[in-house]
Design a protein around this ligand. Structure first.
Ligand code: G4P
Ligand code: NA
Ligand code: NA
Length: 190
């Protein structure tokens, strides 16, 4: 998506350890017009999948997920993060390991917001190691619902998350695909 790539080129900052800082429009301050375009683009890419619900994880997945829900006219549910959980009877939960933070979090979704006939589209801001998406797959499996696609705003194709989604065999659409973040601070797209 040209608009997104241009935004990454002009405002993205390459940090050590292969991290791209985009807090000026995605991870802290949010650019609503850009998110609106992103939502419409996901809506177009997944229009044939009969999506009934969007799933994401708080917090940075919410903005693109809500705009996709608006474009597709379906509700959006975000998994909540917790350090640990005691009362989980009415929740679907999964464990998500963060390589960047080297900690595990539990994510959960209330059973009230999942219907057995749901066809869900997962939306997230970044695809790196794929742990967040993997946790949402676990929740979908526990709830016996179908995941019909994964939409990612920025994929780092040199990390291993895309393999997890390929193995699952669902439609993957990434709006910006980064093949390298260079030592001198450049972003190289596929
Ligand atoms: P994964 O879900 O793909 O496995 O991501 P990983 O464990 O590698 O990273 C953990 C967190 O870091 C995730 O956000 C993920 O979106 C984010 N992340 C990964 N690579 C980058 C990057 O290059 N730039 C930025 N800005 N973020 C990156 P999170 O902990 O779930 O946080 P939140 O922002 O959604 O609250
Ligand atoms: Na995220
Ligand atoms: Na993030």
């Amino acid at each position: 998506m040209k608009l997104l790539e241009d935004k990454i080129k002009s405002e993205g900052i390459v940090l050590p350890n292969n991290v791209l800082k985009v807090d000026g429009f995605l991870n802290h301050q949010v650019d609503p017009q850009l998110m609106f375009e992103i939502g419409k683009e996901f809506g177009r890419l997944f229009k044939d999948q009969k999506v009934t619900k969007i799933l994401t994880v708080e917090s940075s997945g919410i903005a693109p997920a809500v705009m996709t829900g608006l474009a597709m006219n379906v509700p959006v549910v975000f998994a909540r993060k917790h350090k640990s959980l005691t009362l989980t009877d009415d929740l679907y939960t999964a464990s998500v390991y963060s390589y960047t933070k080297q900690t595990s979090n539990q994510i959960s979704i209330s059973k009230r917001f999942i219907d057995k006939d749901d066809r869900v589209l997962i939306i997230d801001d970044f695809l790196a190691n794929g742990q967040a998406v993997s946790g949402l797959f676990d929740i979908a499996d526990a709830a016996s619902i179908d995941v019909v696609g994964v939409g990612i705003v920025i994929e780092k194709t040199f990390q291993k998350g895309n393999q997890i989604i390929k193995d699952r065999g669902v439609q993957l659409e990434s709006l910006a695909r980064i093949k390298a973040l260079t030592d001198d601070g450049r972003v190289e797209f596929e």
